[in-house]
Design a protein around this ligand. Structure first.
Ligand code: CTP
Ligand code: MG
Length: 232
């Protein structure tokens, strides 16, 4: 099934502590954002990529895309202060009906097989997200750090990207969120806010978001494990 993808890459990478946007970090001599984009570049079902970047980094990104032959990028769009604003900005540059994916620039280990399983699940619902079942017991805590509730683990999922939606549904969800001042920490939550049904699709623990310096070590491990496949 054909799809387009919005890649939010307009963060500051504060928790990575690398002195700049982590998208430019080399992971085994290949920039993080290029690792992520290559997966979509190589997927025939992906018809266009919109990358959302910091306004001051557009030139640097363009040079990288040329250097690494990432030819499917249809637009480089300046992002906003929050991720939600960045995705919204990206949406303005897509007019295709059909399925749109949103995928973090900072998740370079997504595999084509997972993307295609996600696509298969979104066709009969308004949205689908890759997720893994949580392994830890999750408790809610008060401001004073006392436990207020222990959640039922069987019902809990840790949600990743890509998240897939019909284009019209995602656009409407973002517009309602903007007009009502609703903020969500992922795109699915905006669709949930307008009562859209989101399917949970079991994903892989490897699909980490590179967030803190420890995650670089984890990335090395995943690459080691995958030695010889399409990412190397
Ligand atoms: N992102 C974005 N626009 C923002 C904030 C985040 O496009 N205003 C993107 C990031 O570039 C990243 C993804 O959203 O690919 C997930 O965000 P996160 O991991 O939080 O990255 P950063 O915001 O860059 O990191 P931090 O929160 O540590 O500053
Ligand atoms: Mg952030």
């Amino acid at each position: 099934m054909a799809y387009t993808v919005i890649i939010p890459a307009a963060g500051q990478g504060k928790r990575m502590n690398a002195g700049g946007n982590k998208q430019f970090l080399n992971i085994r001599s290949l920039p993080l954002i290029i690792r992520t984009l290559r997966i979509f570049q190589n997927d025939e079902a992906c018809t266009a990529i919109v990358v959302v970047v910091n306004a001051g980094e557009i030139g640097d990104m363009e040079r990288l895309f040329t250097h690494y032959n990432v030819s499917k990028v249809q637009a480089l769009v300046p992002g906003g202060k929050e991720r939600q604003e960045s995705v919204y900005a990206g949406l303005q540059h897509l007019d295709q009906a059909g399925i749109v994916l949103v995928h973090d620039g900072a998740r370079p280990f997504i595999r084509q097989e997972e993307i295609h399983r996600l696509l298969a699940e979104v066709s009969d619902t308004q949205g689908a997200v890759l997720a893994t079942k949580v392994k830890d017991t999750i408790k809610k805590g008060s401001d004073e750090q006392f436990v207020t509730e222990t959640l039922t683990r069987d019902e809990l999922w840790s949600v990743q990207t890509p998240q897939a939606f019909s284009f019209d549904m995602l656009k409407k969800a973002h517009e309602v969120a903007l007009n009502t001042g609703f903020t969500g920490t992922d795109d699915a939550s905006l669709v949930e806010y307008i009562s859209g049904k989101i399917r949970l699709v079991p994903g892989s623990e490897d699909n980490i978001k590179l967030t803190t310096p420890d995650d670089i070590g984890m990335a090395e491990m995943i690459l080691g494990k995958r030695k010889g496949d399409e990412h190397e």
